[in-house]
Design a protein around this ligand. Structure first.
Ligand code: WTA
Length: 669
């Protein structure tokens, strides 16, 4: 039976106790959330502390239509609060002081595991907030963070939030160049990092990478004054420190050890009351024209949305143990490792390692060790683990699981079914959560007790989100059909602007279809009203859940002195979802050889990061261009998969080139 036709009803045992326990109930709340967003979200806001309460008249003010003036989105403007206070102090006051906020599971199973209670977390956050203040960090200052998955990471974020500093986390898999570019763009005052991280067998020396990045920023004309470094590499298993090189590069008067700075600090720090619309954090995401975009999220709306989506989509109940495998350096980690779980007083697991170390059953063993009830990961991880068959799974019990989440890219029905059968034992709900760095939280997702599931469909919108499908001319597609996925009204967690570039924000998201926020993704609605995300409609691609633009990779490739031109397209990949297939035109009289291929791969690794590594680099004496010089990417995508059905090529300046490119496909491709 095609996946679209098969429907999996939620396990009645889950529905019975769920916050939203039937599809009718979902529909009722959903309708309310659209009819009267201010009232709906003001009810949600009641659980939190507001130093200055919101004026009901000003609960939501927005303009979504570029033809009527500048785009602006404001929730609860004039109200004041502090998100860190709501996540920590409020929960401690409500009696959760002794509850574990985070269990920390190291890379090696023998690493000492740590637990941090809400009370202890609050104290550590306050101490570090005092460190930041002593280093001159004030409300509104930007602090960059480049850290592994250790407990100091949420501590650093929340310390920023406590004093009103804006954190800008850069995933520690990015290269020094990428880190430098991001620190320069936001004019960071301070950088927080660690000596290194453990990935499987190897340490990764992060501080050395930071030093390179700090030099680069300096060359670009901005100085990041301070760098605070967690000493992490040597505190883990007794066996591993032997592998650590002695010297961590150090610059006096700029670099400070975290533990030394923390020593004499007060475990209390009065929170800075922030306006609801004051910035909370920025997070860079790829833009289709190359330069990364600093997506800016603000305080109150993000709190409401992170808290509500976490609670409802994972159906988190007191006593549950939740684990999200995403790195905090991506939006999934921001909202669903840190802000959402803590806003609900949840207990979570933070894991430093990889799914494959020391064996391919590491995820399953961690689930059993902590009795995880909600597990949230990416399709690429599921596909990678499926390859080892059921054996590694069956060694573990996994019976505590209730909800399984998926995020980052469309989940193919085969992976969905494997997740459902072997991990969930046909008892768990799968929530295929569609969202973006820009949306702040889930926007299209099933609810575990309410939504009958279709493998591969993200299904229906979350509360407050109004999706529409539009055709190329901006005409709404009603009922069944496929088109651009757009949203016609704001929800509290959406981005407010691009840092220092409101014009690019308006251009990128609001100009194509006036009146709508444009996701850049396509979607299809089936006869039952389910939404199926079909993937990016712009020149973006998604490799193992990492979004990147073909333009940013092309701009690195063409920096090679012997390369004249390049074109990058996406090709389906059985594990990564998509991978990069690159066409390279060498300069006149230059040889395309193995050396060039390795140099190009190295450049991509150094300039962007290892995850952007191309799978195929092929020689292209010419590129298929129209007479106006536009590269016909659809033809290149066909060549990448060796599909001769290239369609109409009559508008090409030189039709011969297509045949030549097919002939040039490398054997290994
Ligand atoms: C894709 C990650 C299909 C989509 C949270 C989106 C998905 C981009 C899904 C955002 C899903 C994310 N089904 N596609 N469940 N989740 N995507 O900003 O193309 O890193 O636009 O945020 O990932 O990636 P980002």
């Amino acid at each position: 039976m095609p996946a679209e036709k098969s429907i999996y009803d939620p396990n009645p045992a889950i529905s019975q106790n769920a916050y939203i326990s039937s599809f009718e109930e979902y529909q009722k709340f959903y309708q309310e959330s659209l009819d009267n967003p201010a009232e709906f979200w003001s009810r949600v806001a009641k659980q939190f502390h507001w130093e200055t309460p919101a004026d009901p008249e000003k609960f939501l003010k927005y303009n979504f239509n570029i033809s009527k003036g500048p785009i602006s989105i404001k929730w609860m403007e004039g109200a004041s609060t502090n998100i860190c206070y709501n996540l920590l102090d409020r929960n401690v006051r409500n009696g959760l002081g002794d509850q574990i906020a985070y269990y920390w599971e190291g890379n090696h199973p023998d690493d000492y595991s740590r637990g941090l209670t809400y009370r202890k977390l609050l104290e550590e956050v306050c101490r570090f907030a005092n460190v930041l203040k002593d280093h001159g960090i004030r409300k509104g200052d930007r602090v960059s963070i480049y850290m592994p998955m250790i407990l100091e990471l949420p501590i650093a974020m929340l310390a920023c939030a406590r004093i009103g500093a804006v954190h800008s986390i850069v995933f520690a898999g990015f290269s020094p160049d990428s880190l430098a570019e991001r620190m320069f763009d936001c004019k960071a005052k301070l950088l927080i990092t660690a000596d290194g991280a453990w990935r499987g067998e190897k340490p990764l020396y992060l501080k050395a990478l930071c030093d390179t990045a700090l030099e680069k920023v300096e060359e670009m004309g901005h100085s990041v004054e301070k760098c605070i470094v967690v000493s992490h590499l040597k505190r883990v298993t007794p066996c591993q420190p032997d592998h650590v090189e002695e010297e961590i590069p150090w610059t006096d008067d700029r670099d400070y050890w975290w533990h030394e700075e923390m020593e004499d600090k007060e475990p209390a720090c009065y929170p800075e009351w922030m306006d609801a619309e004051d910035p909370l954090f920025m997070l860079y995401t790829s833009g289709s024209t190359g330069k990364p975009k600093g997506v800016l999220h603000t305080t109150a709306g993000y709190l409401l949305y992170a808290a509500t989506t976490f609670k409802i989509v994972f159906d988190y109940k007191p006593g549950d143990i939740y684990w999200c495998t995403a790195d905090v350096g991506w939006i999934t980690g921001h909202t669903y490792v840190v802000y959402g779980p803590l806003a609900n007083g949840a207990t979570s697991v933070i894991f430093e390692g990889t799914p494959f170390f020391p064996g391919n059953d590491r995820y399953w063993s961690v689930i059993d060790k902590y009795k995880v009830t909600q597990f949230y990961t990416a399709p690429t991880a599921i596909r990678a683990l499926m390859k080892f068959g059921e054996g590694p799974v069956l060694k573990h019990n996994l019976s505590g699981l209730k909800v399984l989440g998926s995020v980052g890219e469309p989940i193919n029905p085969e992976a969905w079914l494997w997740y459902y059968r072997y991990i969930g034992k046909e008892q768990c709900s799968i929530v295929d959560t569609f969202w973006q760095t820009e949306t702040g939280g889930h926007v299209i997702t099933p609810l575990p007790g309410a939504t009958p599931m279709k493998p591969g469909s993200a299904s229906f919108p979350f509360f407050g989100v109004k999706p529409t499908l539009l055709d190329e001319c901006g005409i709404e597609i009603k009922g069944e059909g496929e088109g651009y996925l757009v949203f016609s009204q704001p929800w509290p967690g959406m981005m407010r602007t691009l840092y220092n570039n409101h014009e690019r924000f308006e251009d990128t998201y609001f100009s194509k279809f006036p009146g709508y926020y444009c996701t850049g993704d396509g979607a299809r609605r089936d006869a039952d009203g389910y939404l199926w995300i079909t993937g990016r409609v712009d020149d973006m691609l998604n490799v193992s859940g990492h979004l990147m633009s073909t333009a940013e990779v092309e701009s690195v490739l063409t920096e090679h002195p012997r390369v004249a031109e390049s074109a990058v397209v996406s090709r389906p990949h059985p594990v990564k979802g998509e991978c990069l297939y690159c066409f390279i035109t060498p300069n006149e009289n230059e040889e395309f050889d193995q050396k060039m291929i390795s140099e190009l791969k190295k450049m991509v690794r150094e300039r962007i990061g290892p995850f952007a590594m191309p799978d195929v680099i092929q020689n292209a004496p010419g590129l298929p261009k129209t007479r106006s010089g536009k590269i016909m990417r659809r033809v290149l995508r066909k060549i990448a998969v060796n599909d001769r059905n290239v369609g109409d090529t009559s508008t090409l300046a030189d039709e011969q080139i297509v045949e030549q490119l097919f002939a040039n496909r490398p054997v290994e491709a």
